[in-house]
Write a protein that binds this ligand. Structure first.
Ligand SMILES: C[S@@+](CC[C@H](N)C(=O)[O-])C[C@H]1O[C@@H](n2cnc3c(N)ncnc32)[C@H](O)[C@@H]1O
Length: 231
């Protein structure tokens, strides 16, 4: 099993190809791996934004559109952006009430201060340069805009952490091998090592122009929601 993580210069290309490859079964694997809990985590993520009907929301790295769909149901004008054509095709097939665009999160094709809110699900680990993405999202958000980032995390409790390592490190790749793509679902647990610590993440967000950074732990610490406000 190749657990080698891509170097920065090749990461974007490898990640894009990987998501194109697994897009067809991405939703199924999400439901299986999260034991069906990811829908509740996503609802909670959207709730953090306190959206009002008519507001314009950016779903960054929208993938197959789960968060876009929930935000659209809240009456928001949703723009979903992803660089994987395969993932966007799955989102388009769902006929979500959202505008979907192929673009790189590091170079967004939007004017300054054009969104009221932003969400991003399980994608922070996949960006080649997280600081660049935070600065770019700060650029397109209005002052006072809320963001909510849903990501994996490592449980703090040692017993839970060892069970989690077994689940995430062994069973998730096995589910990937049986139902989708072995290499991609081995990358998934390994890619958690790209995530900055909670303190570093706060520092990066503040440096990019966010304040009021808040951190919630879900699923016994296996999942986190980071929310903040564009200052
Ligand atoms: C794990 S999926 C998450 C999809 C969706 N947000 C969700 O919650 O299910 C990560 C997504 O990030 C996208 N992605 C990674 N790097 C990107 C970048 N630089 N620009 C745009 N999309 C990117 C991938 O194509 C993939 O669809």
């Amino acid at each position: 099993m190749d657990l080698r993580l891509p170097a920065a210069h090749e990461k974007a290309r490898i990640v894009e190809h990987m998501f194109n490859r697994i897009s067809g079964r991405y939703d199924l694997l999400n439901r299986v791996i999260s034991l069906g809990l990811d829908r509740a985590w996503r609802r909670r993520t959207i709730a953090c934004l306190g959206l009002k009907p008519g507001q314009r929301l950016l779903d960054l790295a929208c993938g197959t559109g789960d968060l876009s769909e929930l935000a659209a149901r809240a009456g928001t004008q949703v723009v979903g952006v992803d660089f994987s054509q395969g993932m966007l095709e799955q989102a388009e097939a769902r006929e979500i009430d959202a505008e979907l665009l192929r673009a790189d999160a590091a170079r967004l094709p939007f004017a300054d201060r054009s969104f009221d809110a932003m969400t991003c699900g399980f994608a922070l680990r996949n960006f080649a340069d997280l600081a660049v993405v935070f600065h770019e999202t700060a650029r397109v958000l209005k002052t006072g805009a809320r963001i909510a980032l849903l990501e994996v995390d490592e449980p703090a409790n040692p017993l839970v952490a060892s069970l989690h390592r077994l689940y995430f490190g062994r069973l998730v790749p096995l589910a990937g091998r049986l139902l989708s793509d072995r290499a991609a679902y081995s990358y998934l647990p390994a890619s958690a090592s790209y995530l900055p610590s909670r303190e570093k993440l706060r520092e990066m967000l503040e440096d990019a122009g966010f304040d009021d950074v808040n951190h919630q732990r879900l699923a016994a610490g296996a999942v986190q929601i980071v929310s903040a406000t564009r200052s």
